[in-house]
Design a protein around this ligand. Structure first.
Ligand SMILES: *Cc1c(COP(=O)(O)O)cnc(C)c1O
Length: 380
């Protein structure tokens, strides 16, 4: 009999969602916007702190797109983007017909390398185009080098669009991720730390930006009794039903963070005596990671026939889902014609890296199954 599949990361209902969904149905506000959306936005703003303003959207990707628009990115502009990320960080650059330029990672946080970032800025300026924005990502919930990246951005006065899709609940020096960028986004996709079944938000530092985001997200309607438009609009607003789910999920956000961090501790223990494996953890205690996904690097050992792919297949044979890290954007067919600055850090991470089951609902029994497969694999 095959054992039930253990997934990498799936939604985790709290039981608190139903009441909010019922309320939305009872009020007949079964559309975008509405009371739950407003309440969800303020719950998020409170959680993030730092006087941020939140506009709830139907996806995190929509947040990146609107973020670029709010930062004035237009056709032909250069946008710098972390290469080691999910494609949703970079695709909206092309929606704007702007030009993505990809930046390598550093080894500590696997995120934007400040040195490669500066090289890219200097070189693009020399070529005649000062980059319009920097997209910085907190990969798997581990904060990027916030101070170093900010110093480079400020030196050249280029705004940061902080992709905090994976990092709700993470923090740096006690300040929550999602509050560091000139603009930031979070995601509530089904596999993220909390979900609205699909959703996102754009986080800003002024009421004016919040309202401008809302304007673009709701078809850019000018003030008039009829439908009047002087700017391109988008249908990116979150629905009241989804926001109801989000309100239920907010009640367990910190529990989910604690449980994902427990999964990371579990992997640190599991692999502590295995020379070929290093678990991805924060560089020091100024960083606080939600460990949305736990990831490891597997150093190949040809004699023992150990490598990343062999380990992945061993887990797969036991019906346990694991996945290589995000394939860097500069290695993706869709982005192959665009510039890349750095060396081979992101590429090496991709070759050796594996994401392991990280869900907040995993049981002791499931952890035991994972542990058994790993121990058996590295015994040889
Ligand atoms: C999930 C994710 C997004 C996109 O969020 P959606 O809500 O799925 O559109 C963007 N960037 C990163 C790094 C992500 O992991």
């Amino acid at each position: 009999m095959t054992k039930e599949r253990i997934f990498l990361s799936v939604g985790h209902a709290s039981g608190y969602e139903e009441r909010y969904i019922q309320e939305a149905l009872a009020s007949h506000w079964i559309t975008t916007g509405g009371a739950h959306v407003v309440a969800f936005e303020s719950a998020l703003a409170n959680y993030l702190g730092n006087n941020v303003h939140v506009t709830a959207l139907n996806t995190g990707t929509a947040g990146i797109h609107l973020g670029l628009i709010l930062l004035g990115v237009q056709a032909g502009d250069v946008v710098l983007c972390q290469s080691m990320t999910f494609s949703a960080s970079a695709n909206p650059i092309l929606y704007q017909r702007a030009i993505p330029v990809f930046i390598d990672s550093e080894k500590e946080t696997w995120n934007l390398c400040p040195i490669a970032l500066e090289q890219a800025i200097v070189s693009e300026i020399a070529k005649g185009k000062k980059p319009k924005a920097i997209i910085a990502v907190h990969l798997y919930g581990v904060p990027y080098q916030i101070d170093a990246v900010r110093a480079v951005a400020d030196a050249y006065q280029i705004p940061i669009l902080e992709d905090s899709a994976e990092a709700l609940g993470s923090a740096y020096k006690g300040q929550k991720c999602g509050t560091f960028g000139d603009l930031a986004i979070v995601s509530f996709n089904g596999n993220k730390i909390i979900t609205t079944s699909g959703g996102g938000a754009i986080v800003s530092h002024s009421k004016a930006l919040k309202e401008k985001a809302l304007f673009y997200a709701t078809q850019s309607r000018d003030e008039a009794p009829h439908y009047q438009h002087s700017e391109i609009g988008y249908n990116y607003r979150m629905s009241n039903i989804c926001a109801g789910i989000g309100r239920g999920q907010m009640e367990v956000l910190d529990d989910h963070v604690a449980m994902r961090r427990k999964m990371n501790d579990f992997y640190v223990d599991l692999f502590c005596d295995i020379a070929e494996v290093s678990v991805f953890t924060v560089p020091n205690n100024t960083y606080f990671a939600n460990y949305w996904l736990s990831a490891i690097l597997v150093e190949p050992n040809p004699v023992k026939r150990i490598d990343r792919e062999a380990l992945r297949l061993a887990f797969e044979a036991a019906n346990i889902e694991c996945r290589p890290l995000w394939k860097p954007m500069h290695l993706q067919p869709i982005f192959q014609d665009y510039a890349f600055y750095g060396s081979n850090i992101a590429e090496t991470l991709f070759e050796k890296g594996l994401c392991l089951p990280s869900g907040s609902h995993l049981t002791d029994k499931e952890r035991a199954r994972i542990s058994e497969v790993a121990q058996e694999f590295f015994k040889k």
